[in-house]
Design a protein around this ligand. Structure first.
Ligand code: ADP
Length: 353
């Protein structure tokens, strides 16, 4: 296959929509994998068929939709009839190329609604999260400007302290959002190497120490445990997030245990546990904590800073590295468990992106 053709195939098959290329009489010339999936037909059964057998204009109105296929409007709501004669409601987008071919892009309406809803929810949550610290910064800055000379030095200092902590919160939020956007666009390259756990955990404990003055952090690594196979920056981000949470959501004087060991019979994966004696997570919220912007209301969540993005980022990073994350929690505390690949002799020769 020539490079152009391969490139074209790749684009076609990575589209979220079903795509069909037709001649001017609407006879099918080519389809992508999603079109095969939606209709239940293989490409060889579809080639030469008139697309009007598969898609119908239902005449349903929608904003900006055209009810006719013409050159001025490019999409309408219709029906797709699959191999089993079932019909699903779809959005049909079409365009006519210079050489009079017609390209159809077809997506089930349920998927469009889901994507739009998720997008709207995300934008509205981000706007809210940005507006809260901005309102506070503006309020205290206005007060300092208009009546700063009537405030005591201590009051001025306290207001400046609040402004600084809100700016820190905004910075954290923007950094987390950038990480989320990189993760979702899959632009981040992972550079794997064998990471020796004793040294690695020693560094983590050292750098997190300023936040853990009132907690005891213990590291327990099974003897003869091989190194983990991971991207070291991302691995550091994962463990730091989990230890940071373990400290944030448990009371002073309690212990945080970092533990690494083999479990079961599988020598290809190791288990890393971050165990705290904190407030725990109610069972009904366990499935929600790994989603974006989920903060569970408890007395400590109200006291400590957070964006609700940490565990979403952590889970995505773990899964990008071929691992898994789980949590067990009750009133005595929470244990976040990671399963991560072990570094073997063959692995250093591979580089995965
Ligand atoms: P945040 O920035 O709020 O810490 P995360 O995504 O890291 O966001 O965590 C989501 C929510 O899960 C937290 O707000 C908290 O309510 C809960 N949570 C996370 N880790 C723990 C833990 N170790 N113990 C109890 N609750 C936790």
């Amino acid at each position: 296959m020539s490079l152009d053709k391969e490139f074209y195939k790749n684009i076609m098959n990575n589209l979220p929509e079903g795509m069909a290329v037709c001649d001017a009489d609407r006879n099918i010339i080519d389809v992508n994998k999603n079109f095969e999936r939606l209709t239940g037909f293989f490409k060889k059964d579809l080639t030469g068929k008139n697309i009007s057998v598969l898609i119908k204009n239902t005449g349903t109105n929608c904003d900006n939709c055209s009810q006719e296929e013409n050159k001025s409007k490019s999409y309408y709501i219709g029906e797709l009839i699959d191999r089993d004669n079932r019909s699903i409601c779809v959005r049909i987008t079409f365009s006519i190329t210079k050489d009079d071919k017609i390209i159809y892009l077809i997506i089930p309406l349920a998927d469009v609604a889901f994507l739009n809803r998720a997008h709207i929810d995300f934008v509205s949550t981000v706007s809210h999260e940005l507006r809260t610290p901005l309102t506070s910064i503006k309020g205290f800055a206005d007060t300092l400007l208009s009546s700063g000379n009537r405030l005591s030095a201590d009051q001025q200092k306290r207001f400046l302290g609040i402004i600084k902590s809100q700016v820190d919160r905004l910075t954290r939020l923007v950094e987390d959002l950038l990480t989320v956007s990189k993760l979702e666009s899959k632009k981040d390259k992972l550079i794997y190497k064998a990471i020796d756990l004793p040294k690695f955990f020693e560094n983590i404990v050292y750098s997190i120490q300023p936040k853990a003055q009132e907690h005891q952090i213990e590291v327990r690594i099974m003897s003869n445990l091989p190194p983990v196979w991971a991207d070291s920056d991302k691995f550091e981000q994962i463990i730091t997030n989990l230890v940071d949470n373990a400290i944030k959501y448990s009371n002073a004087g309690t212990k945080v245990l970092i533990e690494a060991k083999f479990v079961g019979e599988n020598p290809d994966f190791m288990e890393i546990n971050i165990k705290d004696q904190g407030v725990g997570i109610p069972e009904e919220y366990i499935s929600k904590i790994f989603t974006k912007f989920s903060r569970i209301d408890n007395p400590l969540t109200r006291q400590v800073e957070g964006t609700g993005l940490g565990l979403y980022i952590t889970k995505s990073l773990v899964e990008n590295m071929g691992g898994k994350i789980n949590v067990i929690s009750n009133k005595e505390g929470s244990t976040f468990s990671l399963m991560l690949p072990v570094a073997t002799y063959e692995k250093p020769t591979q580089r995965k992106f």
